[in-house]
Design a protein around this ligand. Structure first.
Ligand SMILES: O=C(CO)[C@H](O)[C@H](O)COP(=O)(O)O
Length: 252
């Protein structure tokens, strides 16, 4: 079945994330601002200790990149003068490359979907080609990632053959201060939930534009997953979901 007709359920995914997430959280735009201000006077700073883990799982940890030390966390070399102004896509790429540092030969990898995850998949393909990574098996979270991985020569499999995923790397749509996520606006939530729910570690790459005070804070539509079976029944449930709070569903 095509994932596109299913939208995502932020709450469900958030719960899945709570159970099994390993997040790499990178303040890319914080770095951008710092770099611009302090061009030519970069002082390496130690990466701060991980903050207390907001989730309850031995498989989870949080790699936290504070603004002041995000240069170090992203393994950047000191900026040369004049400062290079990086685009959002270049910053996404830097964070994605950092995430791929968690990949080791022999791993079964969940391959995420979206403009950020795409950079990670590219990088994995590059490292395989260079022989720096070997025996990688990728499990793509969408058809488009599958096609990208095939074009890069990344060996692929699925959860039937590899029910345990060592590491998954993916982007997100929103991140709240407790590191709860909204995912799936790219339309791949079903596979993402399956693959990332099966992984031992989840490295999630976001830029500052994804940070919100509370989920839904971006003001963009929350992805909701609906299976074709009795979809009108589900639509009715959704319409009534927030009725008690005085919210009326708009006719769709
Ligand atoms: O959840 C997703 C796909 O379903 C993506 O990870 C999310 O939409 C972020 O995408 P991008 O990196 O392009 O901002």
């Amino acid at each position: 079945m095509d994932d596109r007709h299913r939208q995502t359920n932020a709450g469900g995914f958030r719960n899945a994330i709570r159970r099994s997430v390993y997040i790499f959280f990178s303040f890319q735009f914080a770095f951008y601002k710092n770099q611009t201000k302090s061009a030519g006077c970069y002082t390496p700073q130690p990466i701060p200790p991980f903050p207390s883990n907001p989730f309850n799982s031995k498989t989870m940890a949080v790699a936290w990149s504070e603004k002041a030390s995000s240069k170090e966390a992203l393994s950047l070399t000191p900026p040369i003068s004049p400062p290079v102004i990086l685009t959002q896509d270049e910053l996404k790429k830097m964070a994605a490359y950092k995430a791929v540092e968690y990949v080791e030969s022999g791993m079964v990898l969940g391959l995420g979907t979206g403009s950020t995850a795409k950079h990670a998949v590219d990088r994995i393909g590059e490292l395989l080609r260079q022989g720096k990574l070997t025996n990688i098996i990728g499990i793509p979270t969408s058809k488009q990632t599958q096609e990208q991985a095939i074009s890069l020569g990344i060996p692929l499999s699925d959860l039937d053959s590899h029910p345990t995923v060592d590491l998954a790397i993916d982007g997100a749509d929103e991140v709240d201060p407790h590191l709860n996520l909204v995912k799936g606006r790219g339309g791949s939530l079903l596979r993402e939930k399956m693959v990332e729910g099966a992984c031992k570690k989840f490295v999630c790459i976001v830029d500052e534009s994804k940070l919100v005070k509370h989920l839904g804070g971006s003001g963009l539509a929350l992805p909701v997953e609906v299976v074709p079976f009795c979809w009108k029944f589900t639509a009715g449930k959704l319409q009534n979901l927030f009725k008690d709070w005085g919210c009326a569903a708009l006719p769709g």
